[in-house]
Design a protein around this ligand. Structure first.
Ligand code: ATP
Length: 235
């Protein structure tokens, strides 16, 4: 469904990614794990058209994305849920959700989708008229995910969805992601919380200093001694 081949990204003289290749199949949950600065965010930004690759190709359902604008990529059904969430603080929860639907042609189904998002995320339903800026961190993360659902994304690129959340909320977010996947959305998940990410992923990639150093079934990656030492606290 999504194929990244030999992707190299440079910021000036800094090579953030070097020959990164990865594949996300339809219906899959794929985790991309790695330390700070490994290039995880850059990988997602390249896929969603926010940074231009220096070299390499990114294909979605056989179509080359590399030269497309971020708007075009979104319109093709790929939603980026960025780190820091990027919600509109002065708009209500519902206004934030509705903003994600403006590019859509099938306006008639907006209410249906709102109902779906509110059923998956009852906390947002209770707070639909509240200013998004006054939501807790976990609720803002749910709103960012809700917005991707409202855009009817077929693929969600999630950048550290558990960042800064209390453990009980982390569990809630991962459950939500599993449910979203069960309902048919493909997920590419960037996480520093490798333990949780590897629990819900089917396949995983480990990124170190801009290169993929390990790839495979999530269960195998989780039992790799080097991964256990570096990312799973050797538990
Ligand atoms: P983190 O987990 O800390 O968010 P990451 O794995 O997502 O890290 P990236 O944000 O992709 O890593 O960064 C990869 C490398 O590229 C880092 O060395 C970073 O400093 C560098 N980098 C990222 N964005 C820019 C930029 N706009 N200009 C210059 N260098 C950048």
């Amino acid at each position: 469904m999504l194929e990244v081949h030999d992707l190299t990204v440079r910021y000036g003289n800094i090579e953030a990614l070097r020959d990164v290749s990865l594949r996300v199949d339809e219906g899959d949950v794929v985790a991309l794990i790695g330390a700070n600065g490994a290039g995880k965010t850059t990988t997602l930004r390249a896929i969603s058209g926010l940074v231009r690759p220096y070299r390499g190709s990114i294909r979605y359902r056989g179509q080359e994305l590399t030269r497309l604008s971020a708007e075009r990529v979104t319109a093709m059904g790929i939603a980026h849920v960025p780190e820091g969430r990027a919600i509109f603080a002065n708009l209500s929860v519902q206004e934030n959700l509705l903003l994600a639907t403006y590019a859509r042609r099938d306006r008639s189904r907006v209410q249906e989708d709102l109902d779906l998002v509110y059923s998956l995320l009852p906390r947002l339903a209770e707070r639909r008229r509240q200013n998004a800026g006054t939501l807790s961190g976990g609720e803002q993360q749910m709103l960012a995910i809700g917005r991707a659902l409202m855009s009817r994304a077929q693929v969600m690129l999630l950048d550290e969805p558990s960042m800064g959340l209390a453990p009980v909320l982390v569990v809630e977010i991962f459950r939500l992601l599993q449910e979203i996947n069960r309902q048919g959305t493909t997920l590419l998940l960037v996480e520093q919380n490798a333990r949780m990410a590897l629990q819900i992923a089917r396949r995983a990639y480990v990124l170190e200093a801009g290169r993929i150093v390990l790839a495979g079934a999530a269960r195998e990656v989780a039992s790799d001694p080097a991964v256990r030492d570096a990312y799973l606290g050797a538990a």
